[in-house]
Each structure stands twice: as C-alpha cells, then as structure tokens.
Design a binder for this molecule. Structure first.
Ligand code: URP
Ligand code: ZN
Ligand code: ZN
Length: 475
C-alpha cells in the first residue's frame, strides 16, 4: 500500500482558473484536489505538466444525448459514445436534457433518462429538465419536487410544435423557478413567424437545406428574446437565453441588463465558426449537416458573438451537441431521402470539438484570455447550474477534473473524433491545441492519443441552487 499522502500529483502546472493563472503542483487524494503549492511531496503517481496550461475539466451545459425523438429519427450518440467523445475533447461533466413528452409526466422523463445514463456514462452528469406540458400536477407537484431533488434547471421552448409553450405557460413555469430556486433556460424563436415563412418558402418550391436559414431570420430570434425578457421581468426572475446566434438577440439581452434585469446568456461554437452559407449556397443537400436552430448567421454576427464572450454578456459556452447522422434514415435523411428543410432533424455535433475550438481560436488567437476561457467552459456553467465549487474549479475540495493542454497543430477529422456521428461540421479545420490529458476525479480518461478510462465511471451529480440566483436571504 502506498504511504504517499497523494494518490496523484500533477506537477508544475500552469493552472488557469476563472480569475488567475499561476504555477503550482496539484495534490489529489480520494478523487479531490487536496493541496496546491510548489514542491509538494511525491504522489503515488505523478504527471509532469511543466510548460503546460491546466484548466478545470469542461462542463458542457447544453448537449443532447440519447434523447428520444420521433421514429425513425434517432440520436447517434448515447451516454456511452457521447461521453467518451466529450472526455477526449476535455469535457468531464455534461448536462443533457430529460425531456417531458406532452401528455406524460415529467417524473417519468427523469426516470427514463436515468435508465439511459446511469452505469453508462463515462463522465459525470447532471440533468436539465425540458418542460413541454406544464399541467397543474407538473407545476404544483412534480417540478417543485424535482427541483428539490437536484434538477435545478429546466428548458422551455418558444418553438417546435411538440415542445413549445405559450406565453401564459411560460409565465407559469417561470413562477415555479422563482419560488423554488431553479434557473429557466429559454429557446427563443417566434414559432408563428417561422411557420408563416416556412409555408411561403414551400409554396415557392424552396425546399433545400439553405432555406432553413430563410425561415428563421434574426428577427424571429430577436422578437422572442425580447418577449422572454419581458416575461421574466413580469415574474421578476432571472432567466438564461440559450444558443444566442448574433447581434439582434445580443442587443435585447444588453437592453434587459441595462434595465436592471438578471438575463444570462449562452452561445455555441456554430455561431462563431459557421455561417448560413454552410447550409448551402446552392440547393445541395450537404447543407443539411449544418441545419440547427437558430441557424448560423454571417461573419459580422460572429464578431458580435466574440465581443459578447469577451465582455461578459455570455456566461456559458456550450456545444448544443445534437447528434444526427448525415447518412441513413435515422438522421438528416429521414425515411432515407432528401427532405424539405422543415423535416431535417435540427442540430449538429460538437461535444468533442467545443473546448479545443475555443482554446485555439479564442485564447491562442488573442480574442479571449485564458481566465475567460475557463469561465465560459467550466466555472460559469458550474455556477449557473448549481455544481460549483465541486465542479468547474481548481481549488481545495473540488473534484480533480482537469485538462492538461498541448499547444500543437491538429487538423479536425471526423475519423479522429470519438462520437458516433458520421460527420463533423468542422472537418479540415486547423487548430493550435488539443487536450494532452483529461482527468475525471483524478483518473486519466484521455491520454492525448486514446480513450483510456475505466468503463462507465460517471456519476450523477445532484445540482444545488444555482449560485447566479439572488440570495434567498435577500428576498
Ligand atoms: O438545432 C438545435 N439547436 N437542436 C437541438 C435542440 C435545441 O433546440 O437545442
Ligand atoms: Zn433549443
Ligand atoms: Zn439544444
């Protein structure tokens, strides 16, 4: 038996947190960080990180894994492939969605989702809820009960027929969030405008993937973002707007904040690295690979997103990984054929590339600081969703979830990724960094070349009260 007081020492790390970058050894015992400082005694195992940046393990706070879809559509990634892929890209905690189906209970969705994740996930996980049917039972009993049991965030949709809530229903769920200490995430797009535009496009014979972007212009996101903010103001509760795509939605969020409202925001790699042209400049079906909602915009909007990442508009940077294969009848070719844009499953893969893309294009190109990178990819999500300081931090007592970065040239190739999706929208992109090592609670999962984790070690994390909510004592 080892007599060392550490199971592992990560030595000479250039540790980055959301507030500081400092050189330290990191002493780990029983899965947790127990000491920081120079010249720590030898551990039972040692990893030399000299010259390397070490960040907290990433938290991907918006991803879809094994989420039931209507047949024949099926997600390519379950908790097995999805969480291996996440770990190989530096993510150690995921927060996917337990989605209520209309006419069914929310509790049933959570039980079903645990069956999909428990004993299967390779990294730690919490769940957001999706509330699609806020019946009196859900509002009065199920949602408060689930919030109390550690499901302290939920998403409400303003679009998609099978998920959307009307304004009155949104007010009802926001009121539950306020009274029970949860954070509500809003998918903000105006459903009626989208339907009206879609019908017009279809009547003109415009069915190609690129028309998806025409059916969801920035105006529909701007209007819904403003409405979401107004609904939150009425209830006097903080909200988080998910997958913000560009200038007009950002302006609404800045407006809300300027009026003293607690409006938080998330964005995703697709709004930094893709544009509407990736949905096709002609009627080719390849653009289906980049069909997601809201759609990617243009280069000018990418700059607005970078500004928002730099200046604190965004709290969370997530992948919105929605893993549908391009080939085959379960994904982007439902029924095995090229379909009109309205029937293309929405979403793109991105769990494994999220952290390297932002490190490489953000930190290494001088667009954001290393501290900001940590805040957006780990600390911000942990605070927003009640996981901090156990997750998203390099401090004594935190889980030893760490990423050691290797600043080397890497070309993204789908064949090198670990998800089960048959494409990446970032194929051929050249990056300047990739994780050399990902550690979950002190265990190496990714060694820079291969997935080496012991199987299915991921634990469900009971989320606490989101620390971005107002202090209960103050109200
Ligand atoms: O197109 C997207 N974003 N698909 C995933 C579902 C959602 O709305 O986040
Ligand atoms: Zn959404
Ligand atoms: Zn999503």
């Amino acid at each position: 038996m080892s007599t060392s007081c550490f199971d592992l020492v990560v030595r000479n790390a250039r540790a980055a947190t959301a507030s500081d970058v400092f050189t330290t050894d990191i002493g780990i015992r029983d899965s947790r960080i127990v000491q920081l400082g120079s010249g720590l005694p030898e551990g039972a195992r040692e990893i030399d990180a000299r010259g390397r940046v070490v960040t907290p393990g990433g938290i991907d706070a918006h991803c879809h894994l094994d989420q039931p879809s209507s047949s024949p559509v099926k997600m390519a990634d379950d908790f097995n492939s999805g969480t291996i892929s996440a770990a190989c890209g530096g993510t150690t905690t995921v927060i996917p969605f337990a989605a209520q189906q209309k006419g069914h209970s929310l509790r049933a969705a959570v039980e079903d989702y645990h069956r999909r994740a428990d004993g299967v996930s390779h990294i730690d996980y919490a769940f957001h809820l999706i509330v699609s049917d806020p019946t009196p039972e859900v509002l009065k009993v199920e949602l408060p009960e689930l919030i109390g049991k550690g499901y302290t965030s939920f998403k409400a949709y303003m679009t998609y027929d099978d998920l959307k809530l009307d304004d009155g229903q949104i007010l009802d769920v926001l009121d539950v969030a306020k009274r029970h200490g949860a954070i509500a995430m809003l998918h903000a797009e105006n459903s009626d405008c989208i339907e009206w535009l879609t019908q017009r496009l279809e009547s003109m014979g415009r069915h190609a993937p690129r028309f998806h972007a025409y059916s969801r212009p920035m105006l529909v996101e701007r209007e819904a973002t403003h409405r979401a903010i107004a609904l939150a103001e009425l209830v006097a509760v903080p909200i988080l707007i998910v997958h913000v795509s560009g200038r007009e939605a950002i302006e609404q969020i800045r407006w809300g904040r300027a009026h003293g409202l607690n409006i938080f925001a998330e964005t995703c790699p697709q709004y930094l690295f893709l544009t509407a042209e990736d949905l096709g400049i002609d009627d080719s079906y390849t653009g289906a690979k980049c069909v997601c909602s809201p759609p990617p915009r243009d280069k000018a909007n990418q700059e607005f997103i970078w500004n928002g990442l730099r200046d604190g508009l965004f709290t969370v940077f997530s992948s919105d990984h929605a893993p549908f294969n391009f080939e085959g009848d379960e994904g982007k070719h439902p029924q095995g054929k090229e379909v009109s844009f309205r029937h293309i499953p929405n979403g793109i893969p991105g769990l494994e590339t999220r952290m390297p893309l932002l490190y490489s294009e953000g930190v290494l190109k001088g667009r954001i600081s290393l501290e900001k990178f940590v805040e957006l990819t780990a600390t911000g999500p942990a605070k927003t969703y009640g996981l901090h300081p156990r997750k998203g931090a390099i401090c004594i007592g935190a889980d030893a979830d760490l990423v050691i970065w290797d600043e080397r040239e890497v070309t993204i190739r789908n064949g090198s990724l670990h998800h089960a999706v048959d494409y990446t929208p970032y194929e051929g992109m050249r990056l300047g960094a990739w994780p050399a090592c990902t550690l979950l609670r002190g265990e190496v999962l990714w060694d820079g070349e291969s997935y080496v984790g012991s199987r299915h070690r991921g634990k469900f994390i009971v989320a606490g009260r989101p620390s971005i909510l107002p202090d209960v004592r103050a109200s």
